[in-house]
Design a protein around this ligand. Structure first.
Ligand SMILES: [Zn+2]
Ligand SMILES: [Zn+2]
Ligand SMILES: [Zn+2]
Length: 158
């Protein structure tokens, strides 16, 4: 285990980017392979904490301690949405989103694998299901009730 140099979050030894703030572990063995998606050849300093897009120091937006890409929608989502679950596949994430929507809870998922420069980098739980912060407890209860979740990942915005 190691700590994120930006926010102190505990990261897995093989993790390249922090799950909470998106900061890239620049000393990690794979970090030099991550390029800004807007500027080829420029190393990424972070991945968007919503969609996972890699961004360099010129492109990254930092707000409330988290990094975002240049998509205004993601910056706007950032403070109001939280990750409820990380999945290994889009297929799995889709089941979570469908079940939450069936319970009238708004949910979206984002895959870090959509980003070309991350293709060769090991990313834990690359597909992340997000819900509004306000719906987090209701969503967790629903997923536990359905047997899709055993425990809830620690609150990341507190
Ligand atoms: Zn961090
Ligand atoms: Zn983004
Ligand atoms: Zn850039």
């Amino acid at each position: 285990m190691k700590n994120c140099s930006e926010c102190g979050n505990i990261m897995g030894e093989s993790s390249t980017a922090c799950d909470r703030c998106g900061s890239v572990d620049v000393k990690g063995e794979h970090s030099s392979l991550i390029e800004c998606e807007n500027h080829f050849g420029q190393s990424a300093v972070a991945v968007c904490s919503v969609c996972g897009k890699p961004v360099c120091g010129d492109c990254a937006f930092k707000r409330a301690g988290r990094f975002f890409c240049d998509n205004a929608d993601h910056i706007a989502m950032g403070s109001d949405w939280v990750v409820i679950h990380g999945c290994a596949s889009e297929f799995e994430a889709d089941i979570f989103v469908a079940n939450l929507r069936a319970a009238e809870i708004e949910a979206r998922f984002f895959s870090r694998r959509d980003h070309v420069s991350l293709a060769w980098v090991p990313i834990d739980l690359a597909v992340r299901v997000m819900v509004k912060t306000l719906d987090r407890d209701a969503a967790a209860r629903r997923l536990i009730h359905l047997g899709l979740l055993d425990e809830v990942i620690p609150q990341q915005n507190s």
